[in-house]
Structure formats: structure tokens, C-alpha cells
Design a protein around this ligand. Structure first.
Ligand code: NAD
Ligand code: GDD
Length: 329
């Protein structure tokens, strides 16, 4: 039986990935600071541990894994990574995790490693307008990310590529573009726009206004979790080291996203634009390279994923309400 290690298995993408690996017949060890927030883990073995500690990394890489997925990171949406308040913590925590894990995996002679980088590595100057942002893989250098989170991701891409060159590791690197879906963070400050807007629309009455950061004309694309997992598995098992975008090319403005969620909810929702952390003006995935190298690209329409996600968040929200309010909401 093949074995896989998932670092960050208590998180959104990691917990979905564990389920997929189990379906594929793997024995799976997960590791994280915490268990998944919304489901039981599907892992055969789940270690609660801090990957900033080299001794924990030594302990969890105690056997030969056929595949290792390094997803653990200090991460969140615009409200977490663009305020500036968490910069030192993000860089310190995530860099330590990656430095520890890369060295430990090399020492155990583990070759097939997946590392989750981000679209946040792309230069800010190529994403200054909502239309036609440039996010092709070859545009990453000269580097000029707009967040320290993005700089750490770029450093860690280079770290894993150096282990490939110097130590024969076969790390595969994806640059994820805003992944969403059920069981993603939807409240608490780290949630991304799709979950935040689903939550706000679900909480609003028909005809209400909800708060939107910025003027809402900033653009993004959002990839549904199932397609993220599919792309991740295909890349990890391919002979292409990347870095490669795993994202959607269905770019929309945040205002259009609000309208889409409102339509799915069957509500009329007005927008109250307020100041808030914004990030780049425009961003979307460029899937030319993944289509060429993996003969695959995501194809699921955004609306289908939003329907699933809205339904899940609405149920979470109602479950969290006191019972008298839940009956009326
Ligand atoms: P997430 O926050 O849900 O999962 C990350 C997990 O890492 C969390 O469960 C967290 O507890 C764990 N972790 C953090 N520090 C740790 C430590 N010191 N030791 C052990 N575990 C630790 O995030 P996610 O959305 O599942 O993202 C997974 C990966 O993909 C991250 O590396 C993230 O930066 C990257 N990424 C995600 C997106 C996205 O839109 N979700 C976009 C770009 C890149
Ligand atoms: N989170 C959030 N909540 N964003 C909002 C809201 C809100 O209530 N209202 C408007 N927005 C706007 C943000 O200001 C931003 O301009 C846009 O929606 C998208 O925000 P996020 O989804 O939070 O983050 P992002 O797309 O800028 O960055 C995310 O994706 C990257 C990969 O593409 C982050 O999750 C990064 O960590 C990730 O690497």
C-alpha cells in the first residue's frame, strides 16, 4: 500500500486532500496544529504537532512516504495578509515550516514532494488594473509581490527548487489562485472573499445592503476545491516540476461576485462599499502552461461551486445561531 504525508491536514485544502488520497487507496498520515474544523479527519494517523519545531518534523517523517504534500502555512484572505499587521508572523512561521520540512525530507531521501505556492508571488505592477492582469508563470521575475506572504512563498519555491537541483528531490510546485468551497474558513478574519460574501449574503435579509471592501471593481478568479485537488494530484504525479498556476480563468469583479451569490441565494442585495484591505486591482489565472504540460485545465463554472459553498455556509451559520433565531432565519 502506498503512503502519503499531508502537512497542514487540519486545514481547508489539506483535509480535502486527505479524503482524496484515502479514496485513491493510500495510507495517510496528517499533521497539523489542529484537527480539521468542520469534519473528522479521514487520515489513518493524525499527529498534532508544530512544524516550526525540527524535532516534530523528524518525528513525523519517520518512514518512507511515496508522496508528501507540504500545505502547512500561516495563511488567510485579504483581511489577514494585506493589513501589514501579521507580516513578521507569517514570514517567520511559514519559512520555518518549509526550511524544516525540506531538510527533513531530503535527509529521509523522500523525492516526490508537493509544495503549495500562491498567485501572491506575481509582481504587483502587472496587476494594477482590473482588466488583463498578467499572471503567466514566466512573469514572476523580476520579482515584486505586493505582500510579505507572497515574498515568503517565492522564497520557499526557490528553496524546494534548490533541493531539486542539489539533492535530487522531485518537488512539484503549484501557484494556487484563490481556492474556495465547503469546509473553507468562512468567519473569524482569515476568510477569503467567496466565503465572506456568502456569509454576508446569507446573514442579510432580502433588500438589505452588505459591506464590501473597496469599490468592488477589483477582479479575481476563484477555483473550486475539487478542481484544486485534481490539479494538485496530477501535478504531483507528473514529470513537470512547475511552478505552475492552479486556478480558474473565469475572472469576475467582486461586485459581480456579490450579484452572483445574491442570485444563488434568491435575494436582492445592495452593496455598501467601505475601505478595507484590497490587495491587487486585478488577478486571474493563466492556464496556458498547465494545459500544455499536464494536458488538463479546470473547467467547472464558478456558479456551480458557489451554489455548493453558499449552501454549506448558510447551514454552518444557522447551526451557530441560538435555536430561537435559527428557526426564524
Ligand atoms: P488553511 O489555513 O486552511 O490550512 C493551512 C494549515 O496549516 C492550517 O490548518 C494550519 O493550522 C496549519 N499550520 C499552520 N502553521 C502550522 C505549523 N506551525 N505546524 C503545523 N501546521 C500548521 O489554508 P488552505 O487554504 O488549506 O491553504 C493550504 C496551502 O495552500 C497554504 O500553504 C496556503 O498558503 C496555500 N494557498 C492557498 C490558497 C487558497 O486560496 N486557499 C491560495 C494560495 C495558496
Ligand atoms: N476577504 C474578504 N472579505 N475580501 C473582500 C471582502 C470581504 O468581506 N469584501 C471585498 N473583498 C475584496 C478584497 O478587498 C480583495 O480585493 C478581494 O475581495 C479578494 O479578497 P480575498 O479573497 O480575501 O483575497 P485575495 O484574492 O486578494 O488573495 C487570496 O488569494 C491568494 C491566491 O490567489 C488570499 O487567500 C491569499 O492568501 C492567496 O494566496
Amino acid at each position: 500500500m502506498k503512503a502519503a504525508l499531508v502537512c497542514g491536514a487540519g486545514g481547508f485544502i489539506g483535509s480535502h486532500l486527505v479524503k482524496r488520497l484515502k479514496r485513491d487507496g493510500f495510507w495517510v498520515r496528517g499533521v497539523d496544529l489542529k484537527f480539521p474544523d468542520y469534519t473528522d479527519t479521514a487520515a489513518d494517523d493524525f499527529v498534532i504537532g508544530d512544524l516550526r519545531d525540527q524535532a516534530v518534523c523528524d518525528r513525523i517523517v519517520d518512514r518512507r512516504f511515496d508522496e508528501v504534500y507540504q500545505l502547512a502555512a500561516d495563511m488567510g484572505g485579504a483581511g489577514y495578509i494585506f493589513t501589514g499587521e501579521n507580516d513578521a508572523t507569517i514570514m517567520h512561521n511559514s519559512a520555518l515550516i518549509n526550511l524544516n520540512m525540506a531538510e527533513r525530507l531530503y535527509r529521509r531521501n523522500i523525492r516526490r514532494v508537493f509544495y503549495s505556492s500562491s498567485a501572491c508571488i506575481y509582481p504587483a505592477h502587472n496587476q494594477e488594473t482590473p482588466i488583463r492582469p498578467i499572471c503567466s508563470e514566466d512573469s514572476a521575475y523580476p520579482a515584486a509581490p505586493d505582500s510579505e506572504y507572497g515574498w515568503e512563498k517565492l522564497f520557499s519555491e526557490r528553496l524546494f527548487l534548490a533541493y531539486n537541483r542539489n539533492h535530487g528531490m522531485q518537488a512539484r510546485i503549484a501557484r494556487y489562485h484563490n481556492i474556495f468551497g465547503p469546509e473553507g474558513t468562512w468567519t473569524g478574519g482569515k476568510e477569503k472573499a467567496p466565503a465572506a460574501i456568502c456569509r454576508k449574503v446569507a446573514s442579510a435579509a432580502d433588500g438589505d445592503a452588505i459591506e464590501i471592501w473597496g469599490d468592488g471593481t477589483q477582479t479575481r478568479s476563484f477555483l473550486y476545491i475539487d478542481e484544486c485537488i485534481e490539479g494538485t494530484m496530477r501535478l504531483t504525479r507528473s514529470d513537470f516540476e512547475g511552478p505552475v498556476n492552479i486556478g480558474s480563468e473565469e475572472m469576475i469583479s467582486i461586485n459581480q461576485l456579490v450579484d452572483l451569490v445574491a442570485d444563488v441565494a434568491g435575494k436582492t442585495i445592495h452593496k455598501h462599499h467601505i475601505s478595507g484591505p484590497l490587495g491587487v486591482r486585478g488577478r486571474t489565472s493563466d492556464n496556458s502552461l498547465i494545459a500544455q504540460r499536464l494536458d488538463w485545465r479546470p473547467s467547472r463554472p464558478l456558479r456551480a461551486g458557489i451554489e455548493q459553498t453558499y449552501d454549506w455556509i448558510d447551514r454552518q451559520r444557522k447551526a451557530a445561531l441560538p435555536s430561537d433565531k435559527a428557526m426564524n432565519s
